[in-house]
Write a protein that binds this ligand. Structure first.
Ligand code: IPM
Ligand code: MG
Length: 364
């Protein structure tokens, strides 16, 4: 088969990690007999520099014409002080909205080889760490109107609106239940219904949708407690479904407890059309251009892309197996080397390209 993938390398370490991901994808193509055709477009700070817009029309058109979008990372200090409509992040939000990618899957799993990299106590880690955060991605306070900064009573006042319609909650709840059904059949819906009306509606609608999924156990948790429970005992969670803002925060917490944000992929999908596949880490401007970045989160995002967008399960599993193999070989980029125990015997510190080389070799 022939597939068109739109590449958005972005800023900072984005181009470096993307280069390794594309090498891996090409090897998968050779091995399994697929052709991947790439279109590459500007998004984020590099697009602001080139054409003054973080998501140019040409980029959006290229994304819409593809089977899937693979994104590196966007943003950096260079663009942080521009007006909001010119920020790199604004381009990313617009891309999610335009492609209607309302469901964001963020699996936080720990490769056993990296158990000692977790920030949690060994007795907590040994109970297992395999949480899937399903985050709503195109609503909530991220997009709600009205919003702005205005003058009020002689001082500035900033405000945003947290809002969800019933249909928005229903469709993400379904995604959460479906995901739980394929895993441990436990769904925890996270809200702030003790305070927020929008969360009360969220909870009511999730309970209604639950009637269609009697085989899935549903629990509810307030977001503050969920943050604490994730750190205290993540093994209690299977799938978490939550809104955009709470999901943003909780998915970083879930990532951090694995000790290696450089390892975690994500998928953002809608009901139809291309999805967006990207590592959950940022553009890491401090190490950009130094061949130090960990490409594995992007490579694992390629695996998610093959599985979700192209229905290529064996190919996805081959990539995941190759990543596991290079970890077995003791290869570590700086992010997962530094968090290793003080005894690093048997581990080899490698750069971004060498890590890509190793994954390619393991695939072949
Ligand atoms: C994420 C990021 C983005 C978000 C930023 C870069 C706009 O933090 O994907 O989690 O808040 O959604
Ligand atoms: Mg975030």
């Amino acid at each position: 088969m022939n597939y068109t993938i739109c590449l958005l390398p972005g800023d900072g370490i984005g181009p470096e990690i993307m280069a390794q991901a594309v090498r891996v994808l090409n090897v998968v193509g050779q091995k399994f007999g697929h052709t991947f055709t790439y279109t590459e477009a500007l998004a984020g700070g590099c697009a602001i520099d080139a054409v003054g817009d973080p998501l140019p029309e040409a980029t959006l058109a290229a994304c819409k014409a593809s089977d899937a979008v693979l994104l590196g990372a966007v943003g950096g200090p260079k663009w942080d002080n521009l007006p909001r409509h010119q920020r790199a992040e604004t381009g990313l939000l617009k891309l999610r909205k335009e492609l209607n990618c309302f469901a964001n899957f963020r699996p936080a799993t720990l490769f056993p080889q990296l158990a000692s990299a977790s920030y949690l106590r060994p007795d907590i880690v040994s109970k297992g760490l395999d949480v899937l955060v399903v985050r709503e991605l195109t609503g909530c306070v991220y997009f709600g109107q009205p919003k702005g900064i205005v003058e009020e009573n002689g001082e500035r006042m900033g405000f945003n609106t947290m809002r969800y319609t019933e249909s928005e909650v229903r469709r993400i709840a379904k995604v959460g239940f479906e995901a739980a059904r394929k895993r441990g059949k436990r769904l925890c819906s996270v809200d702030k219904a003790n305070v927020l009306d929008v969360s009360q509606l969220w909870r009511d609608v999730v309970m209604e949708v639950h009637k269609d999924y009697p085989d899935v156990e549903l629990t509810h948790m307030y977001v503050d407690n969920a943050a604490m429970q994730l750190v205290r005992d993540p093994s209690q969670f299977d799938v978490i479904v939550t809104g955009n803002l709470f999901g943003d925060i909780l998915s970083d917490a879930a990532a951090a407890i694995t000790g290696s944000i450089g390892m975690l992929p994500s998928a953002s999908v809608g009901e139809s059309g291309p999805g967006i596949y990207e590592p959950i880490h940022g553009s890491a401007p401090d190490i950009a251009g130094q061949d130090k970045a960990n490409p594995l989160a992007t490579i694992l995002s390629v695996a998610m892309m093959l599985r979700f967008a192209l229905n290529l399960e064996a190919e996805a599993a081959a990539i995941e197996g190759a990543v596991s193999a290079v970890l077995d070989q003791g290869l570590r980029t700086g992010d997962i080397y530094q968090s290793a125990p003080s005894d690093t015997s048997g581990l080899t510190l490698v750069g971004c390209t060498a890590m890509g080389d190793a994954v390619v070799a393991a695939l072949q």
